[in-house]
Every structure is written in C-alpha cells, then in structure tokens.
Design a protein around this ligand. Sequence first.
Ligand code: GLA
Length: 566
Amino acid sequence: MKAPFLLRSSIPERINYITVVFVLMISLFLSSCSEVEKKGLALTPPMGWNSWNAFQGNINEAKIKEAADIMVSSGMRDAGYEYLVLDDGWMAKERDSTGNLVGDPEKFPNGMKSLGDYIHKKGLKFGIYECRGFLTCMKLPGSFKHEKQDMQTFASWGVDYIKLDGCYAERNGRLSSVELAIYRTSIDETGRPMVLSISDFGNGSWAWGAKESAQLWRTSYDIYPDIESVYACAATTGGNEAIHPAFNGLGQFAGPGHWNDADMLQVGNLPDISQDKIHFGLWCILASPLMAGNDLSSMPDDIRDILTAPEVIAVNQDARGLQGYKVSETGNTEIYNKPLSDGTTAVLLLNKGEDTADIKVTWEMIGLSGKQKVRDLWERKELGEFNDSFTAAKLSKNGHMLIKVGTPGGTIIPGPSPLPLEKYTVTRDGTTWLTELYYIMKSGDAPQYDKNFNGDAISVNGTRYEKGLGCRSSLRIMFKINGKADRFTAVVGSDDFYSGKETSRFRVLNEDFFGNQVLFDSGKIKPDSLVNIDINIKGVDYLLLMFDGEHTYGVWADARVISPQN
Ligand code: GLA
C-alpha cells in the first residue's frame, strides 16, 4: 500500500515508508515529552562545579576565575564538567536604579558579563544562582516580581544555567507550579537556552510535575560534609526517605531532560577518601547531577581522580537516563542496579555497617542469567566471567564496589516498571480513603497506614477508627488527587496513646509548602481535643498534609477524598 500524501515518484517507495515511520516515531516521542525536554537541554544529568559547598557566600572574581582555570587544567572539563555555577553571594545588596540585578562591585569589579565571557572562553558554561523569594537565602535581592527582567539580564550576561532557590517563596502567594511556569516562559522569551535547576530542599517537585518547567530539582535538604548527610540525601532519591516505599525511590520521575538532584557533591570535603568515593559512586548510580563542591585550588590528586573517573562518570551519563534503583537491602548492605544503553548494567554494592561484609549480587536480581563478564569500574579492570552471581568480598565500613555486568551489545536489560497511576492517585467516583493511595512525597517519619504511629489501632478521644494515618510530628505528606475530588474530610487529633501535654497542629495545603495555599488550619490543639475537617478541594491536583508539634503523635482519622458521582 502506498502512503499517497508523501509519495514522490522519484523516491523509492520503501524509503518513503521508512521516512513516514521515522517521522511518526519522532512526532510520537516529541508529543510524549514535556515542553522542557523538547528543548534538548540536560539530556544527561548536568555536570559542573558550584561555589557553595567550598566557599558559601565568600566568593569573588579571582576565586571564580581560578576555579574556571582549574576545571580546565585538572581535566575536569574534558571529563564532562561543563557548568561553572556561582551560588548565593554574587550580587550587590541593591538592584540598580532601573531595577536590574548587578554583581557585588567589590567582589566582581568587572561585572558579571565579563566573568561570563571568561568562563565561556575556557570552553565552560556559565551558571548563576537566584531565588524566587523576594530575598535570596543570604538576604540579597530575590527575583520575586522581577522574573522577566532578571531572566533577560541573565541572558544578556550569557548565562546558561540558573539555580533557582526557594527561600521566602511561601510569601509570594502563588502555587509553585504556576511560579515555575513564569520562569520557564520568561527564559523562553529571552531566546537563550538556559537550564532551570530547582532548589526547593525536597518539597516535592518531582511529585507535582516540575519537569514541565525545569530540568532538575532537589530531593533533599542541604547536604553537609558528613557521610550520614550524604546517605540521607541519597536516600531521598534512591530510597524511601521522600516517597512511599512502594515506589522504590524517585526513579520513575527521572529521565533525559529531567533529573532528581540529591544536592551538590561534597567529594573532597569528607573526612576520608573511601567516603568521598562512595559518595561519588552513589550519585553516579542514582543519575544525580554531578556538581562538584570542593575548593579546586587545593584539590589533591586522589580527589581529582575520583571526580574524573571515566568509567564511573559514564554510568551517570549513560544516554538511556535510567536512575539506578535498589535491588537489595539487608541490614546495612545495599545493592543498586542501573541498566545501561549498551545492554550491560552497572551495579553498586555498598556496606554502610560497622562490620566487614561480603555482598553478593545474583544475576537474577539485575535481569541477567548464566555466565556474565564483570568489570571493576573504579579500577578499570576485567574481573573475569562469573556464573549466576558475583560477591564483593570483605567490604569494610563505607566500602563499596561499582561493577559493570554483561557484554556490550547484548539485549537491553529492562528497567523497573513504574508504579501505575491508579496506585497513587484518585481514579474512581465516590470515596477514596487516603490510605488506599501511596503518598507521592514525604518529609519526616513515615506515617502508618490505618494504624497509629506505634502500629496499634487508631483511637482518638476513646473512638476507634479503622482508617487513617498515624503520624509523629513534624511530618509533611503529599497525595496526588488529580483534580478528581471535591471534598476532603477527616477527624484529626492526638492518638489516645500519647500521654504528653504538647499541642499539635494540622494543616492541609494545595500543592506544596512554598505555594502556601492553606485550605485548612486547625491552629494549635490540645491533646484531648479533636477537630473535624470537611473542606472543598475542587480542582486541587495535589494535597499536602502537614502535622506539627513538639514530639507529638497525631492521626488523620478517616481521611478521605470524595469525588462527584457521575
Ligand atoms: C540554600 C540552598 C543551598 C545554597 C544556599 C545559598 O540553602 O539549598 O544549596 O544555594 O541556599 O544561600
């Protein structure tokens, strides 16, 4: 059969069919992409260096130029680190008389455009920090009500990457999704492609679809040069720290053009090299952006070697863009799997415990079988062929191995199946108990489903409830409603097992914390009182439940949403 609308008699029919299929495939792919992905930015996790972890606000032109020089001379640029990002502290305390942002004249006497030119001449890209509040976190001028103007200013300076913080944004009176769309439109209007990196301390950008406006978003609070902080940040994206365990991490929200950012690297700032190494290995397997944060002017060779390890970086930068996911967790040992685009898979075996451990990965866990080649990616060395499994022997505390299993060119190994929508959003008319849905974002201790926080039956003022969430303060949890429900009802109060005297507070918000659209606020309530909630949530896509108090235990009893019956 012919495809008449495309046929030209001089072109063989077969080629036309191929063209048609190709065009259809491309248009299908593009129509399934978000607006941001279509721009082709950040198709692999962004890599660069950011000034904050090394210097905080103490930056100036000389330091930044030196960092640019070393990014080149150390081999970092050639290893893939392309963005040099100035974090908070670069700007003057006041805008100029026309309301434009200006660099701090003492720190940056030649201005920001000239610094950008220097960075570009080095073959690097220029990144800059701003904040969507009226002030930055360091209390310098924020972009609120100057969005268009600031994006124009950045474009005129040659900026390629914007890290957008969230301090004070809760005062803006706009939903975060609305606010970020303003930035996206303002960026697009400049005509300059600029990556938008959301720094909202893990408030749930993945959950409410920040990928429509941004290429990456933070999943955690700020990272510190401490291995526990590193593990906690990793757990927000690769574990259950920020989402219901049923999701097995945030992987399903990441991919080419949209990344979960476990925060900037502390490699080189940790107390020992094995910690630096595991930190880097974890960020690579989790496809987290790699923003180095060490003082490059005093970088020892062994830290440079970690940051530029080619085969480890290749795992992070794999074009398929799958985020690695946990396939095993026993006590203090963990195994992550990241199927790659060449038919092999990267596996990270980690010992977080005090005692030395042997960690075994079976091929079954990672979608393979039989005899498989194993390569050590840090050592860049073949380890041989192994039947059915591989054991990383005698891993000491914070010890790990990063290996590649399989033969390039082999059949592509499938990634994990995303959790289907009906498991975490409202899909039917009438009542949906919130505990029928997996929460899509959490910060604080995981709530208990249909139990109090201790795991016993829910009881408030002597009344038992079958359904509800048992919590310990402070907790934020988000549910995806998808605009499907009209009402939210619940009975809230302290669970009867709580014998303390502290007050607690229950709030319901539309979308995230920074949007600050409060739909319900109980105020401070005493442990022996309860409050009935019955509110209109028409059109609400995401419901954020907030529970606060000093070590109090509360319940959202009978929490449900009600959709109109058709
Ligand atoms: C917040 C961000 C940090 C850094 C500082 C700057 O805390 O999370 O990464 O940008 O602000 O003030």
